[in-house]
Design a protein around this ligand. Structure first.
Ligand code: NCD
Ligand code: ZN
Length: 350
């Protein structure tokens, strides 16, 4: 399909880092301008581990929402070995908690409180399978002897497959998949297993952060892999299959914390994701699948209604001029540079 204008339901973001305090205030307006809802990652310091934590965090998010913006944060809990199944059940019953997040300890930014011994969370997983609340997984093992490029495939084999076999009814989202192994696992699994795909993993491969000097603004976790994996992700995202949907994993860090001898992982895409996606889907001849990926498949998996509002996407001759950084008090956050001009714009339909 090649066209210069079309309308889709308002997108949602099924994996987002909003942070807290000044950073929350700076980045939330970009999400709420573009998305109706987002699954809010709980990896604050300290993490969001109880329903009480999630209630308070939700209130801080709502307080930071710009006037006139409509946005619904979908709250998650950070699974620890001490998570209480009764607390989870209560949060889900209240309608507050929409998913639980499993971070293997040490896998990524602020994951020190994550799970070390997976069997310790079996009672919570059993409760989750019973009440139907999804488990979102950061699918990488953290063993020092496993090469970083193999960590997703090894996670599938050692952690995810056993969880799926033991809890066949558990609904699982494999977050930000980055490999053809991830795509294959999800494609072959039953309907209760889905995956999010980020904007940046559809655009960059590992050359982006390694060729011509180290490029810290393309460093995120899971790291982008080789080209064949990026192509597998593109095929999955543009397939229209209900199992694949958008989770930007937009993850702001101060610019100086990324441009460092030990730079933080995370790419900030909330501000230009929709234009980037339209570009990618057009390249793939799949603009007619963008709505499924960004606006329909996610709510279907999470058993939520689709958004009634719509947006109009249109192509302009002049490229979109977005700021390359966003101010956060005396710091900045660097915006994802896709490496090509963006011509797709969008506006709310009223
Ligand atoms: C995320 C962050 O900064 O919180 N970083 C990232 O590279 N994606 C954590 C995560 O989702 O792994
Ligand atoms: Zn993330």
């Amino acid at each position: 399909m090649s066209q210069a204008e079309f309308v889709i339901r308002r997108p949602d973001d099924w994996h987002l880092h909003l942070r807290d305090g000044a950073m929350l205030n700076a980045v939330l307006p970009h999400t709420s301008a573009n998305f109706a809802r987002a699954i809010i990652m709980p990896n604050l310091v300290p993490p969001v581990v109880t329903v009480a934590d999630a209630t308070a965090y939700r209130e801080r998010i709502m307080a930071a929402l710009p006037e006139g913006h409509q946005f619904e944060p979908l709250m998650t809990l950070y699974l620890t070995e001490a998570t209480d199944p009764a607390d989870v059940e209560e949060g889900v019953k209240q309608g507050l908690i929409k998913a639980l997040k499993l971070y293997p300890a040490g896998a990524t930014t602020n994951s020190d409180s994550g799970v070390r011994v997976i069997e310790k969370i079996y009672p919570v997983l059993e409760k989750m399978a019973e009440i139907g609340v999804p488990l979102c997984v950061h699918g990488e093992v953290t063993d020092a002897d496993i090469d970083i490029y193999d960590r997703e495939a090894v996670f599938i084999e050692r952690v995810l497959s056993p969880i799926r076999d033991r809890f066949p009814d558990l609904r699982i989202v494999m977050e930000h998949i980055t490999t053809e192994d991830g795509v294959a696992f999800v494609n072959e699994a039953g309907d209760n297993i889905a995956a999010t795909i980020t904007t940046h993993h559809l655009i960059i491969n590992r050359n982006a952060y390694l060729v011509g000097g180290i490029k810290p603004h393309y460093y995120c976790l899971p790291v982008a892999k080789r080209e064949k994996h990026r192509l597998a992700l593109r095929a999955a995202a543009t397939s229209g299959r209900a199992k694949f949907f958008l989770g930007t994993d937009s993850a702001p860090h101060p610019t100086h914390a990324k441009e460092s001898a030990c730079g933080c992982a995370g790419i900030y895409t909330s501000i230009n994701t929709i234009s980037c996606l339209a570009h990618v889907f057009e390249e793939e001849g799949a603009l007619d699948k963008l709505e499924a990926f960004a606006s329909l498949n996610g709510p279907a998996f999470y058993r939520l209604p689709v958004n009634e509002e719509t947006i109009r996407l249109y192509k302009s001759d002049a490229p979109l001029e977005l700021p390359s950084t966003v101010a956060v008090q005396s710091e900045t956050v660097t915006v994802f540079d896709p490496g090509f001009p963006l011509h797709w714009r969008h506006e709310d339909m009223r």
